[in-house]
Ligand binder design. Structure first.
Ligand code: HEM
Length: 321
């Protein structure tokens, strides 16, 4: 047996011996098993079978698929966030999962944050697919068939936010000071900023969109917020010693993250709402009658994950730079 083969065989043996398995049986499996094909591995058929327009307007397919693309990016974002909040997986050089690391490495931290920044940049840059890519006449028609559903009900979007910063920073801007010492997750969630975007203009009551969202996800959000009460991205940053907090590029990466998630993406998203909804008498009906003009612009929401990383002037001008 040549040296390379010998070395491979020893590594195979050591891998399977760890779990008391017979390596020869697995080699036989390799001989019997089929080749991996792209379409099986990537699940192409499944992926292409989950688009179900509710109307015959051709542009509805663009709307569905772009939302699905966004949700896939959100899943990647949550994947990176989970690695940060668990201090990063420790994988041995021969591929074994050695569990979570005991401490977070600042370079690893920065690199993961920058991955998230790039995912959001990609979403921000591609949002013109929504803004310019559908005929407004078609949009206003097929959108009515989707009520009361809204991207507002994206649970992953909320989980991303809750994984980044203490919940108090996501409380609606006018309540943040009053509730700064509040410890009950349930109370904080009762005053979460997004309630403001789901209030009926005329009656001031919760929209059906919000009622559905809460009945589907409130318990999940409470559990997530409790699990992350001390391990959001901000907590992870503060846990680092001062030297590591000053690691080159780390603070800048966190500021970029804040800006991408809380200003850049919201601004292009708002642009799409203006393009499609700010027209004629159909404008508010197509969202179920919400006050989106006063709600969506980041300068009104002033959602900031990491206020300590911004000057008071920058926070004052939030959403305008
Ligand atoms: C033509 C395209 C779009 C329009 C006109 C639009 C419109 C709106 C409006 C008016 C709202 C405010 C809540 C409401 O009234 O329902 C909203 C919220 C939201 N939409 Fe969209 N949207 C579009 C595309 C998307 C896409 C592609 C996503 C990706 C998942 C998305 C995700 C969200 C999220 C996460 C919120 C909540 C934002 C927040 O609470 O600050 N939207 N959208």
């Amino acid at each position: 047996m040549d040296a390379e083969l010998q070395n491979a065989w020893e590594r195979i043996q050591s891998k399977y011996k760890l779990t008391g398995q017979d390596p020869m049986s697995y080699l036989e499996g390799l001989i019997q098993g089929n080749y991996t094909k792209y379409w099986d591995y990537i699940q192409v058929d499944t992926l292409l079978s989950i688009q179900h327009p509710k109307t015959d307007y051709p542009d509805e397919l663009i709307f569905i698929m772009y939302h699905q693309i966004t949700e896939l990016y959100f899943k990647l974002v949550l994947h990176e966030l989970q690695q940060i909040t668990h201090n990063g997986k420790n994988i041995s050089s021969d591929g074994h999962d050695l569990g979570w690391n005991a401490a977070l490495d600042p370079e690893f931290f920065k690199m993961r944050i920058m991955r998230i920044v790039r995912y959001f940049e990609s979403l921000t840059q591609s949002f013109d697919i929504m803004v310019d890519g559908m005929e407004p006449q078609q949009f206003l028609k097929f959108r009515m068939a989707l009520l009361p559903a809204s991207g507002f009900q994206s649970a992953q979007y909320r989980l991303i936010e809750m994984s980044c910063c203490p919940l108090i920073h996501l409380v609606s801007a006018d309540q943040r000071l009053n509730l700064k010492d509040e410890t009950s997750i349930e109370t904080l969630l009762d005053h979460i900023y997004w309630n403001k975007g789901a209030t009926e203009l005329e009656s001031g009551k919760k929209t059906l969109t919000l009622k559905h969202f809460e009945s589907q996800y409130r318990n999940h959000f409470i559990a997530h917020a409790k699990a992350y009460a001390h391990k959001t991205v901000w907590h992870k940053f503060k846990e680092l010693n001062l030297n590591d907090q000053a690691h080159p590029g780390l603070k800048d990466a966190l500021r970029q993250l804040d800006l991408q998630v809380n200003v850049r993406w919201p601004l292009v998203h708002y642009k799409s709402a203006v393009r499609y909804l700010q027209r004629g008498s159909d404008s508010t009906q197509a969202t179920g009658g919400t006050n989106w003009q006063k709600y969506l612009p980041p300068r009104f929401q002033k959602r900031i994950f990491f206020p300590d990383l911004w000057t008071s002037d920058e926070m004052e001008r939030w959403g305008t730079f």
